[in-house]
Design a protein around this ligand. Sequence first.
Ligand code: NAD
Ligand code: TDX
Length: 332
Amino acid sequence: MRNLLVTGGAGFIGSNFVHHVLEHTDDHVTVLDKLTYAGNRASLDGLPAERLTFIHGDITDAPLVDRLFADVDAVVHYAAESHNDNSLHDPRPFLDTNIIGTYTLLEAARRHGRRFHHISTDEVYGDLELDDPSRFTEQTPYNPSSPYSSTKAGSDLLVRAWVRSFGVQATISNCSNNYGPYQHVEKFIPRQITNVIRGIRPKLYGAGENVRDWIHADDHSSAVLTILDKGEIGETYLIGADGEKNNKDVVELILELMGEPKDAYDHVTDRAGHDLRYAIDSTKLRTELGWQPTYGDFEAGLAATVQWYRENESWWAPAKDGVEAFYASKGQ
Ligand code: NAD
Ligand code: TDX
């Protein structure tokens, strides 16, 4: 039994990870989360209280972080400002949390000699052409496009430097786009599902040709546990489930699954600097550590996600009107 510290454990992927760990291991989890607009304490409701401690705090608070590191065996770092559209509107919180926050945690990992796993994104590699047969690998050069992805790239490089310069026992994973329960309604898939539930037409940026490589959040969690258990210190692992789809196909599938005409959506103003295509080659993780995804069927995973949003309106409704008003102000 380990004592794990999970930063950002009240966010989308972090909360899915906490559920996964409590279901599949004997570990105790301490969550450190600032509860920004993206954090929701209710995402951890129903979990066994004796195995979960929730700390409301900021990863840039060095004395707090230092106290928490003293009592844990390992740290999994999810906390971040995570939304590209917000980073185009106001980049500053991205620098504070993604860069200074990661630096603060790395310094504590160094002082306390703790195992550290850093969660990152495939967006650090920039984008691929639609007709490019290649996919991102651990060797792809960094080339981030947005304030969000550049701060994530910066945080990855800090981790690498703290491994090499100070011997911090860290690993890094870069994952593709996640979907599943507890994702904030600002993001593409939950925005469109909750739009349909509310009788609002889904909104597709530009022509909708942009490709994302979808993975269920629970598969991301099993990959992270595998890396925590078996990953080699100093190594980076790409996480993906061969789920490439363009945005237009995803919107049409959501409409079909929800019993609406396939063309009942609007094209809206495109995102500035919109990355065209992401695609992950996860061969290293699969061959070296033996990981496999279990949600092979995107349509079935999406149908279950639609069902979750239908059944959990009280979880997402408080954020919905504010998010739509923000997008409307930008013609999106
Ligand atoms: P999210 O925005 O849903 O959750 C982020 C969480 O971090 C929230 O609970 C928030 O309250 C917390 N947080 C933010 N700033 C904090 C601070 N200063 N101190 C403490 N807590 C803070 O994000 P997500 O989509 O769950 O992403 C989690 C991680 O996974 C991020 O590091 C992101 O870069 C990475 N990632 C996300 C995806 C994706 O598809 N969403 C894909 C690959 C990697
Ligand atoms: O209303 C929308 N319409 C639309 O067409 C929204 C919100 C998005 N989009 C498009 C933009 C992207 O091509 O859908 C795609 C997905 O958009 P997001 O959900 O904003 O995700 P993305 O920008 O791809 O980034 C996500 O995956 C990588 C996460 O938000 C990041 O945290 C992660 O690093």
